[in-house]
Design a protein. Structure first.
Length: 224
């Protein structure tokens, strides 16, 4: 017999519900979900019914009060999987994001994403504060505040930087790979890359050039 909880793929709506519940401190499903969706998610073992006091329904004495649904262990794993996929599509290589490793504190860094996520959902990013590559979790990234992003739409123009975020050259490419090929085709690229410890890349916005990454970070700190 097929285990539908393992093999089933959530619909876009179910993914939204799973991620919304994952972001709730008690892992509770939103209250406005229709009964058909709840029944399906229960059969797939993504959610379990709980009493008003938080205890799992069916444990202890009989209960006739209000109930609600929370993510099961399988539901949490499934939600985290699709949350990482969603965040990976949002925070692609070359884009700028706000990094807040602890949402309860005011610490915030502005980073430029430099790698695809690993199996744990972490990416390499150039830190605007420390001027070096750091490893960050996708779940700790937020949209960059307006002061950190130059006006205009994202373009196919890329800033090629050293490991400290200093601009070295500007190249064109519709993808990260194309930008890397364009940088590699420039004179003396291989020697320069070895000298600076490898290139870093960031996709620019239409009205950003020639604003530097350091200037963007300074603007954010000044607006805080």
């Amino acid at each position: 017999m097929t285990d539908i909880s393992t093999n089933a793929t959530p619909s876009p709506y179910q993914r939204e519900l799973l991620i919304a519940a994952l972001q709730d401190h008690a892992r509770r499903l939103p209250t406005d979900v229709n009964g058909t969706t709840i029944d399906l998610m229960r059969r797939r073992q993504w959610i379990r019914e709980h009493r008003a006091d938080g205890r799992l329904l069916g444990t202890g004495t009989s209960y006739t009060g209000f109930t609600h649904f929370r993510l099961s262990h399988l539901g949490i794993r499934t939600a985290k999987k699709y949350q990482r996929i969603q965040l990976a599509h949002t925070h692609t290589i070359g884009t700028v994001a706000a990094y807040r490793p602890n949402r309860t504190k005011r610490y915030q860094d502005i980073v430029a994403i430099q790698s695809r996520p690993d199996r744990d959902g972490n990416v390499l990013a150039l830190s605007g504060q420390y001027r070096k590559l750091i490893t960050v979790a996708l779940t700790d990234l937020l949209p960059a505040p307006p002061a950190a992003v130059a006006p205009g739409e994202l373009t196919n123009t890329w800033a090629v930087m050293d490991q400290r975020g200093n601009w070295l050259l500007i190249v064109e490419g519709d993808t990260y790979s194309a930008a890397r090929r364009a940088a590699a085709a420039t004179p003396d690229a291989k020697a320069r890359s070895s000298r600076v410890g490898g290139f870093l890349y960031r996709r620019l916005r239409s009205r950003e050039i020639p604003c530097s990454f350091a200037e963007l970070h300074a603007a954010v700190r000044g607006s805080a």
